[in-house]
Design a protein around this ligand. Structure first.
Ligand SMILES: [Zn+2]
Length: 451
């Protein structure tokens, strides 16, 4: 494959960027192609520095976890820096991402770069800008297998779950098994620790919020709730809003790519353009395009990892093109994160349905507390749910709502006692019958070139 036979459009050409942004992209690209071993095979695809940088990006393949595993951490370190000596001095660490074994990647973790991307993201939300100083007290409610101190048998003291300015509220990874006493303890600790920020998996915090509301507990709200690790369901947001007064903002990123988007105070998602470039690849109209598509992330200025056009595995929806009321203009702006590509399901006639599309219709079902949808055949779906209303009434409303998305199909709604997260502690709201190849959904004018 050569540049003569792979010419693609770039959505980035229609996105507003600050002066100097294209040069930063070009520096990141040149460093990858000409100073980083893993990208050697891409050099012949590069149309060179005389071409506009967004067109150069568009002529390249996507980088996937397969390549990250194949080349290993050293393959993505630019300029011949030596991982072994930096590990020995403690400058960097190696961390394995969570996920199934087939999906795991070992990353070089360079804390100063991660912190810089986080601090840059805070600038894009007025609440975060006000309360997140970098030295603020922060309570964390996520799976302890992702961050924190896991202990599935017995309980840990508050001191043993504290680290510097952070307090990890749970040592147990399955909220469906949390006891009332454990959730009472979380509320007590929030009231005494008085965090400025509460960072949480939305499903975990929704579970605690339901407990707070049903037991009429008094909880001191933090200055800001930052939701991360999962795409929040509208049900989660509603349940959290009943228990806490604080604004809740979704932060989006990945271990490999740092902080990529954050929700502003007006509710849209702004690209953290100080730290990364994002290529948007629209789906075909049949699958929800051109405003729905996948994203590829290129990171800036990480001395220990050069990442170009990394397929981060998520689907997003663009905003409607009107200026965001918050006044921020730079970079890609999204109306919503639509969920993981692995959580896409298909209608009986083969159209892609995002997790968020399912979530939007289920949000109107009275009394629905939790759900998970499983596609069980090409035209059959099983929705497992928890409701605090009459179950038969909820089941009827669920089937009706899902038919607006899937059309005529065999839809079964089954009440369950609770829904557990998948290991290591993330809920999946939707699961397809078989994994869908997301490349088949793309508008081919923008699709990545073959590697
Ligand atoms: Zn905004």
């Amino acid at each position: 494959m050569t540049i003569d036979t792979c010419i693609k459009d770039s959505f980035a050409l229609s996105v507003p960027y600050a002066p100097g942004y294209a040069q930063r992209c070009a520096r990141a690209l040149d460093e990858a192609l000409y100073s980083t071993p893993a990208y050697a095979a891409w050099r012949e695809l590069d149309s060179g520095p005389t071409c506009p940088v967004f067109s150069r990006f568009a002529a390249l393949p996507a980088l996937t976890k397969r390549e990250l595993r194949a080349y290993g951490p050293q393959g993505f370190v630019p300029h011949g820096r030596d991982i072994a000596s930096a590990l020995a001095t403690g400058e960097i660490e190696l961390v394995a991402t969570s996920g199934t074994t087939a999906d795991q990647v070992t990353n070089v973790w360079y804390q100063p770069w991660w912190d810089a991307t986080e601090a840059a993201s805070w600038q894009l939300n007025a609440h975060a800008r006000a309360v997140a100083t970098g030295s603020h007290r922060e309570a964390i409610l996520t799976s302890p297998w992702c961050t924190g101190v896991p202990c599935e048998d017995g309980y840990l003291s508050m001191a043993s779950r504290s680290l510097d300015r952070f307090l990890y509220l749970t040592e147990r990874s399955d909220p469906s098994l949390w006891t009332d006493a454990m959730m009472d303890r979380m509320v007590d600790e929030l009231n005494t620790f008085k965090p400025a920020v509460l960072e949480a998996n939305p499903s975990f915090l929704a579970r605690l919020s339901r407990h707070i509301v049903s037991h009429r507990l008094r909880v001191r709200s933090p200055g800001l709730i930052i939701l991360t690790y999962e795409n929040p369901s509208i049900l989660h947001l509603r349940q959290i809003g009943r228990a806490f007064d604080a604004p809740a903002v979704s932060s989006y990123g990945a271990t490999e790519a740092g902080h990529v988007f954050i929700q502003c105070e007006a509710g849209r998602f702004h690209q953290v353009a100080a730290c990364c470039h994002v290529d948007f690849l629209p789906f075909t109209p049949e699958h929800g395009g051109p405003n729905v598509g996948r994203i590829l992330v290129t990171t800036f200025d990480n001395p220990w990892r050069s990442l170009v056009r990394f397929d981060i595995g998520d689907v997003v929806r663009l905003d409607d093109g009107t200026p965001c009321p918050c006044g921020r203009r730079e970079g890609l702006t999204l109306a919503s994160m639509e969920g993981r590509t692995v959580n896409l399901t298909l209608t009986p006639d083969g159209r892609a349905v995002t997790q968020a599309a399912v979530d939007r219709v289920l949000a109107s079902v009275p009394g629905l507390v939790q759900y998970q949808i499983l596609q069980t055949s090409a035209a059959a779906y099983l929705l497992r749910f928890v409701a605090d209303d009459a179950e038969h009434r909820a089941a009827g409303a669920i089937c009706e709502a899902l038919q607006t998305v899937y059309g005529p199909a065999a839809i079964t709604a089954e009440p369950v006692g609770g829904i557990s997260p998948d290991p290591p502690g993330k809920y999946r709201l939707a699961k397809p019958l078989d994994p869908i190849d997301p490349d088949t959904l793309l508008d081919q004018r923008y699709a990545p070139c073959p590697s």
